[in-house]
Design a protein around this ligand. Sequence first.
Ligand code: HEC
Length: 202
Amino acid sequence: MMNSPRLAAGFAALLALSACAREAAPDEAPAPELTETARAATGALGERLKARLVETIAGEGPIAAVAVCNLEAPEIAGAVSAETGMQVGRTALRLRNPDNAPDAFERAAMEMFREKLEDGADPASLEIAEIVDAPDGKTFRYMKPIMTGAPCVLCHGTDVSEELRTAILERYPGDRATGFAPGEMRGAFTVSKTLAAEGTRP
Ligand code: HEC
């Protein structure tokens, strides 16, 4: 037992060495504050969007809510991004707005979430937080699944009304974001932040 800390240090050194030998960037754990801010940002975006949606559907009906989603979703995401200093948005494997298309990292993360959900994982337990090398330097990335809830199927379900379907297709002619059942993954929140150039080179 006395030896174990030294053993552990030895293993860590070996791991670090083998990571260098592979010339792959070793996985770097993001500072916990980054992950906490990202979680808070996705929570704020989700809550504000849902509040506007519920409010508009109740006050003006679902057709008006399509326009609200269209115009306000990017605005709300922009406001949360400015408040948190992180780029926050939504993406999906089957899209409504092509502006929300995933990059390779986002696609891989959502495919990983989908597999874990199929294996019975609790959606609330799923997230990914990593530091990756990007052209602008080291970048913090965070993602978390967005699950389909009961109010979502109105516009994303298997049985979208004719009237609503027409309003959606007017704005999004290539819409692929219907056919979801409650409890299925609809997409994901995605957060990124370019970290200070320090650390990009030793
Ligand atoms: C009133 C119709 C309506 C309802 C209800 C609705 N959405 Fe959407 N959803 C939209 C529209 C319109 C867009 C495109 C927004 C944009 O242009 O960014 C969208 C986009 C999205 C996106 C972004 C990815 C993409 O495909 O462009 C996600 C994720 C999403 N919705 C999830 C949900 C969830 C989860 C709910 C339930 C809480 C929900 N939506 C309820 C209309 C709706």
